[in-house]
Design a protein around this ligand. Structure first.
Ligand SMILES: [Fe+2]
Ligand SMILES: [Fe+2]
Length: 310
């Protein structure tokens, strides 16, 4: 008997494999090329950092704010890629003796996420070289992965699809058009975007495949898992936003007033919630996919839970 090498569902996986081969890049020779992170440029655009909303900060202080947030942006990607890769490896088992094209697509996905984690570790080292001491990235990628992976596959795939879709939106809508960003930081996010484009397609395919296996009761349970994951993400954002706001304020050449400090703190959290939660809801097709899968009652439940975070 012939094993299933390709099936009718292979076509989108095959397109992802072809696109992944075309996009393929190496950290040192394509992305870093011996460069350092430029101190004279912003790392994240205003639309993501919200630094432009603090009118009591000087140009230079706003730039520093975008660099602190850019450093955490790289670290947060490194962190989520730990659980994403673990889930992708687990999903690839479904295809081990079936669709070999789907298997290849997921193996490449996993390989790319391992490479991205290494890239973001390199960025953390380069950022550390140019910034004052005292920055700390608080959440531990393995601790977070253990918490996330306890939840249902459907909910982890939903969260992953959301992350990969907003990654694309950030790059296309606000990073690519901004000519004032650090050329190296911008290149890192451009190369990352190239490979994430395939990941977002694969997340959706796998998520829909998983969705077909659930009963209505299991799906309701899975929505609950997703809401728990979103609240865990928000916990991480609150922790890191507070740490980053203090690091930022402690390293200015002047002392901020109490009101200014409070405003900085609120803006860091608002920016992080927008980067990792709100932008995916507002700027991508994620809600369309999600609400299409869960129906009206669960959609209303999700919207109510998200409202305080948006
Ligand atoms: Fe990635
Ligand atoms: Fe990815």
């Amino acid at each position: 008997m012939n094993a299933v090498i390709e099936s009718q569902t292979s076509a989108p996986y095959r397109r992802a494999v072809v696109a992944s081969k075309r996009a393929r890049w190496e950290i040192e020779t394509d992305v870093l090329r011996g460069r350092s992170l430029e101190q004279e440029h912003k790392y994240l655009p205003d639309g993501l950092s919200l630094a432009h909303t603090l009118d009591f900060l000087s140009e230079r202080e706003r730039r520093f704010m975008s660099q602190v947030q850019g450093r955490s942006y790289a670290n947060i990607f490194g962190l989520v890629e730990r659980f994403i890769n673990a889930k992708v490896l687990e999903l690839s088992r479904h295809h081990l003796f079936g669709d070999q094209v789907a298997l290849e697509a997921l193996v490449r996905f996993s390989d790319e996420e391992l490479k991205h984690q290494e890239l973001f570790r390199r960025i953390e080292q380069l950022a550390a070289r140019g910034m004052p001491e005292g920055y700390r990235f608080l959440p531990d990628p393995n601790d977070v992965a253990h918490v996330v992976l306890e939840r249902s596959t459907w909910s982890v795939l939903a969260l992953t699809c959301h992350i990969e879709l907003f990654t694309l939106a950030h790059y296309k809508r606000s990073i690519e058009p901004d000519a004032t960003l650090s050329p190296l930081f911008k290149d890192v996010l451009m190369f990352h975007w190239k490979e994430e484009s395939q990941h977002a397609v694969l997340d959706e395919l796998e998520w829909r495949r998983e969705d077909k296996t659930l009963s209505p009761a299991e799906r309701t349970q899975a929505v609950g898992d997703l809401l728990s994951l979103v609240s865990a993400v928000d916990g991480i954002l609150q922790l890191q936003a507070a740490a980053d706001a203090s690091y930022f304020a402690d390293n200015l050449e002047r002392r901020l007033s109490d009101a200014e400090s409070a405003s900085v703190k609120v803006t860091f959290l608002r920016a992080y919630r927008y980067q990792y939660i709100g932008s995916g809801i507002e700027q991508t097709r994620f809600p369309e996919i999600l609400f299409g899968l869960v129906g009206d009652v669960e959609s209303a439940r999700i919207q109510a839970a998200l409202e305080p975070l948006l």
